[in-house]
Design a protein. Sequence first.
Length: 390
Amino acid sequence: MSMSDDALETFRTEVRTWLEENCPPEMRDGASGEDAIVWGGRNWKFTSDAQKLWLDRMAAKGWTVPTWPVEYGGGGLDRAHHKILFEEMRAIGARVPLQSFGIWMLGPALLAFGSHEQKLQYLPPIARGEVRWCQGYSEPGAGSDLASVQTKADSDGDHYIVNGQKIWTSYADKADCIFALVRTDRDAPKHLGITFLLIDMETPGVTTKPIRLISGKSPFCETFFDDVHVPKANVVGTENRGWDVAKHLLTHEREMISGGGQGLLGGRPLGVVLNEQEGGLTDPVLRAEAMGCEVDALAVALTLERYKDQAESGGGVGDASAMLKYAGTELNKRRHELMMSAGGSDALEWDGKYGGLASDWLRTKANSIEGGTSEVMLSIISRRVLGLPT
Ligand SMILES: Cc1cc2nc3c(=O)[nH]c(=O)nc-3n(C[C@H](O)[C@H](O)[C@H](O)COP(=O)(O)OP(=O)(O)OC[C@H]3O[C@@H](n4cnc5c(N)ncnc54)[C@H](O)[C@@H]3O)c2cc1C
């Protein structure tokens, strides 16, 4: 055993002991469904004392954002130590204490493009779950062609005056702040007139209108800006160069979404899940398909690991996130199709013995749209990963 292996094993023991002493028993059920998620924010209501205690303890260690620098509320862990924390949490079924767009998207963008003051101002509240962010990218005329955003920010001294509309803004009605792409130069080529701007949702002139889905839920909103005054100090990066920030953020968003390929079953092999269903998985065709899906899931998981390793050694996942997102989300759809096939007509019952399987299956359809559609991912892969002629 090398010295570094020794150090890692020591860390593993420390983590195991700390988790044993600090993870409340109620938070060890491995739950990852909608009811178990803590999004945080100024108006967040915890469902139990244990949920709050768990978040507070993990945040105090910096382990809600284990790899962020300590001075910005993180744990300062490198990849090897982060992996150990993840493995030990998983071993006792510990819930993820906090999930948020701040952690997945804004944080990485601020770490790469924000000033030191911005990092100090925005990152620790994200890490503690005190401020909830939403993403103001898409507009009625700008989805796949995101650089066509028209929401405008006109200069007015040390402020901008923002006018326009965003759409599909997930949880905008529950968020405290929004990171938005706004147009600050209407004469420049479209990619060069965009600015990445942070806006408090309580600023006068910001309103949201939830979009009601056929399921009765409203997970996203239209977001309107009417003469909203925003300090210029809230620009991340440089005015008119927000496209660079936006693209960087998207690589993290896509990497996060790609994890859905393994994540939605709590990492349990599909064959095991299917076998637990009534009568076991006896159909030979379904058995073969399930195994094929498992092999592909392992390949995606290993590829994701390889890219994360490369990212730490300075390479960055970059455009490969398009590949991971495409593979992970298409795989997730395939897994759910298989589970529906195995469940037969019973699986279609909304509240039947298969619980939320039908709604989970329908939700997977959105995986390959959010964060950029599969068609757009294929286009990025062909041009930027494979270097094929356009
Ligand atoms: C669950 C969910 C949550 C979301 N949350 C957010 C959020 O929080 N914030 C936010 O800003 N946005 C959010 N979105 C919006 C999402 O980013 C857009 O839906 C997505 O980028 C596609 O844009 P669009 O809907 O305008 O479709 P369009 O761009 O109009 O595309 C329509 C169809 O045309 C195809 N297409 C378009 N251009 C091309 C091309 N060049 N080549 C090949 N095919 C093409 C697409 O693949 C698609 O099939 C969310 C979407 C979903 C489903």
